[in-house]
Design a protein around this ligand. Structure first.
Ligand SMILES: [Mg+2]
Length: 230
């Protein structure tokens, strides 16, 4: 029986040191003439479509004006992102390389993504960080605007690929934001929160994830990922 481990991207696997936020800002300005109140806006745990709708709503643009132009925004965003990211400004979070190498070497783990990034955006970031092709399945912001609906998407793709079910806590959601914990819970999955990025540990603890780690470099990280009870 396999265990499906789904990783968030930003702040969990890697950091683009603000390049991705700048790329979405440029794409919004080029498309709508404004990026809204992007300075000080928190991207943590949000899906890309949610980010666009929220920023444009705060700029006074109704959803009905924004929705038809999402493809245009994301095309500009991806072009900008691909041009901006390189191994010099896209770094892996602590412990990621070692944890992924160990998990990939086991026979009982299925590795996937659960991220608010649109799929092509996630692929650009992972490639810049040297992680291209490491995750066989994923659920993305391009699948659902509401992150809380993404666990079933990932499970369905995993079932198709590996030919087995990943019920309950045999699905593990790993992330650095409160939204990752909520989404794990919404999907009935096991939640592993990592306090290695912008969300303070106390704010993650307030949502009572099943496991709370300082980072994926913590000595207990691997045990927490592979021995989720369920
Ligand atoms: Mg994140």
């Amino acid at each position: 029986m396999l265990r499906l481990i789904l990783f968030d991207v930003d702040g969990t696997l890697l950091s683009t040191d603000g390049q991705a936020g700048r790329a979405i800002g440029v794409a919004l300005r080029e498309t709508f003439g404004t990026a809204g109140p992007i300075a000080g806006y928190s991207f943590a745990g949000k899906t890309d479509p949610q980010i666009v709708f929220e920023l444009m709503a705060r700029a006074g643009l109704p959803r009905s004006d924004v929705a038809p132009r999402l493809p245009e925004v994301f095309e500009r965003y991806c072009a900008r992102l691909a041009a901006a990211l390189d191994p010099g400004n896209t770094r892996l979070m602590p412990g990621v390389r070692e944890v992924l190498a160990t998990l990939a070497g086991r026979g009982d783990i299925a590795l996937g993504l659960l991220t608010g990034n649109i799929r092509p955006g996630a692929e650009i970031k992972l490639a810049a960080a040297g992680l291209a092709g490491r995750f066989a399945v994923g659920a993305f912001g391009s699948d659902e605007e509401d992150r809380n609906r993404l666990v079933p998407v990932a499970r369905a793709r995993a079932r198709e690929l590996w030919g087995e079910e990943f019920p309950g806590t045999r699905t593990v959601v790993v992330g650095d934001a409160q939204a990752d914990i909520r989404c794990a819970r919404a999907g009935g999955a096991w939640s592993v929160a990592v306090a290695s990025s912008k969300t303070p540990k106390a704010e993650l603890a307030a949502l009572a994830p099943d496991v709370l780690l300082d980072s994926l470099a913590s000595p207990e990280a691997l045990t927490a990922l592979v021995a989720a009870d369920g």
